[in-house]
Design a protein around this ligand. Structure first.
Ligand code: NAD
Length: 256
C-alpha cells in the first residue's frame, strides 16, 4: 500500500492514541505519507511520543482559535514540505457545562466557542492550505462530524449545532475550492470512546444503543474511520467532494 508515497499531510486534532485524527494519520503514514501533526498546548508530550514512529514528522503547536498560530503552521509546512496534499481537521470543543445542561440554557459564549473551534476552524485551515495545495495541482481536506448534526442525541446539545454548521461548511468550501482541484469532505463517525467523547454526559448509553440497533450490531473502531479517511484523502476518492460519508455501522439508516 503506497498510494500516499510522495504526499504530505497536515493532521490537526491529535490528543492521544485514541484520537480519530491519529487513526487517520496512521492509515496515511502506513501508505507512505509524510505528516505534520499539530498539538493543542497540554497535548504536546503525547503527540511527540506518538509521532516517534513516523518518518521525519513535523510537530507544531496550533490552537485553531488563534489565526497567528494557524498562519505559523502553514508557513512552517510550506518551508519544510514545499506544498501540501491533504489536511485532516479533527478539532472540536464545547465547554463542558454545555454538554449536560438543558439545551435551552446554552450560553452565548458557549455557542460562540463551540462554533468557532468546531466549525469556523475548517474554513481557516482550508484557506491556509489552499496556496500549498495549488502548488501541488490540488488537494484534499477531511473533517470529522457526527449524526448529532441532524438528530437529537441526549446532551450532545450545542455540539450538534456546531456539527450542522460544519457539514454545511464542507459543502460551501467544496463549491468554492473545487475549481482549484481541492476536495472537501467529512466522515460522520459512529460513537467512539475518546477524550472528546468523555466530555458528553451519558456517552456510554449512546454506545450501547448503537450496539443494539446498528445494522452491523456493533460500534465502529477508530482504525476503521482511519481506513475510510485514507480512502477519501487518496486518489481513490478523487471524484468525491462536498460529501458526508457515514462510517457508523449503518446506524444512520435505521428508523427505530
Ligand atoms: P479527541 O479528544 O481525541 O480529539 C479532539 C481534538 O480537538 C483534540 O486533539 C483537541 O486537542 C482538539 N482541540 C480542541 N480544541 C482545540 C483548539 N482550540 N485548537 C486546536 N485543537 C483543539 O476526540 P475525537 O473523538 O478523536 O474527536 C475528533 C473529531 O471527531 C471531533 O471533531 C469529534 O467531534 C469527531 N467525532 C467524534 C466522535 C466520537 O464518538 N468520538 C464521533 C463522531 C465525530
Amino acid at each position: 500500500m503506497s498510494d500516499f508515497a510522495g504526499k504530505t499531510g497536515l493532521i490537526v486534532g491529535v490528543a492521544n492514541k485514541r484520537s480519530i485524527a491519529w487513526a487517520i494519520a496512521q492509515a496515511t503514514a502506513r501508505r507512505g505519507a509524510r505528516l505534520a501533526i499539530t498539538f493543542q498546548g497540554r497535548f504536546e508530550e503525547h503527540v511527540h511520543e506518538l509521532a516517534e514512529g513516523l518518518d521525519s514528522p513535523l510537530i507544531l503547536p496550533c490552537d485553531v482559535s488563534n489565526d497567528s498560530e494557524i498562519d505559523a503552521v502553514f508557513a512552517k509546512v510550506g518551508a519544510e514540505f514545499g506544498g501540501l496534499d491533504f489536511v485532516v481537521h479533527g478539532a472540536a470543543f464545547a465547554p463542558r457545562d454545555e454538554l449536560s445542561a438543558p439545551f435551552a440554557n446554552t450560553s452565548r459564549e458557549g455557542f460562540r466557542t463551540a462554533l468557532d473551534i468546531s466549525a469556523y476552524s475548517l474554513i481557516a485551515l482550508t484557506r491556509g492550505a489552499m496556496p500549498l495545495m495549488e502548488s501541488r495541482g490540488g488537494g484534499s481536506v477531511l473533517t470529522l462530524t457526527y449524526l448529532g448534526s441532524e438528530r437529537v442525541f441526549p446532551n450532545y446539545n450545542v455540539m450538534g449545532v456546531a456539527k450542522a454548521a460544519l457539514e454545511s461548511t464542507v459543502r460551501y468550501l467544496a463549491a468554492d475550492v473545487g475549481p482549484k482541484n481541492i476536495r472537501v469532505n467529512a466522515i460522520s463517525a459512529g460513537p467512539i470512546k475518546t477524550l472528546a467523547a468523555a466530555g458528553i454526559s451519558g456517552f456510554s448509553s449512546i454506545l450501547n444503543v448503537y450496539r443494539e440497533r446498528a445494522p452491523l450490531r456493533r460500534n465502529v473502531e477508530a482504525a476503521e474511520v482511519g481506513e475510510a479517511g485514507a480512502f477519501l484523502l487518496s486518489d481513490a476518492g478523487k471524484a468525491i467532494t462536498g460529501e458526508v460519508l457515514m462510517v457508523d455501522a449503518g446506524f444512520h439508516a435505521t428508523g427505530m
